[in-house]
Design a protein around this ligand. Structure first.
Ligand SMILES: [Zn+2]
Length: 127
């Protein structure tokens, strides 16, 4: 089946995710550690966040220590799953921010285990 592949996809930092999904899977001490471990499993121990990483929300290069695992959703997509995506700590506080990432960066989206989302998702709020 041939599908139209956009060059970029839009992702949004999920509002209120820290309340609904505060804790990464045991034994990880932060979502970014879970994210990196999972990414390395898939990509043969490579990691794009060391020693620094360009946050796609602010387009700024930051040291790894400034990178956190943000909860994001795809915008304009039937897939409403939550994913962990590396973003800088400043942008992680700025909920509901959107940005475009190249289609090739889709593999940076690591799914949040659904058993770690504590309540139903908020309904989509359209502007
Ligand atoms: Zn940023």
């Amino acid at each position: 089946m041939v599908e139209f592949r956009p060059k970029y996809i839009t992702i949004r930092n999920v509002v209120g995710s820290s309340k609904v999904s505060p804790n990464p899977p045991y034994p990880f001490t932060g979502w970014i550690r879970y994210w990196e471990a999972t990414y390395r499993e898939i990509h043969d121990f490579s990691t794009p966040i060391r020693p620094e990483y360009t946050c796609p929300f602010c387009n700024t290069s930051k040291p790894t220590s400034d990178i956190v695992g943000g909860h994001v959703q795809k915008v304009d997509d039937d897939d409403k799953s939550w994913y962990i995506f590396p973003i800088c700590s400043g942008c992680n506080k700025d909920n509901d921010k959107e940005t475009q990432i190249p289609y090739e960066s889709l593999d940076l989206l690591i799914p949040v285990p659904s058993n770690l989302i504590e309540s139903e998702e908020d309904e989509d709020k359209e502007e």
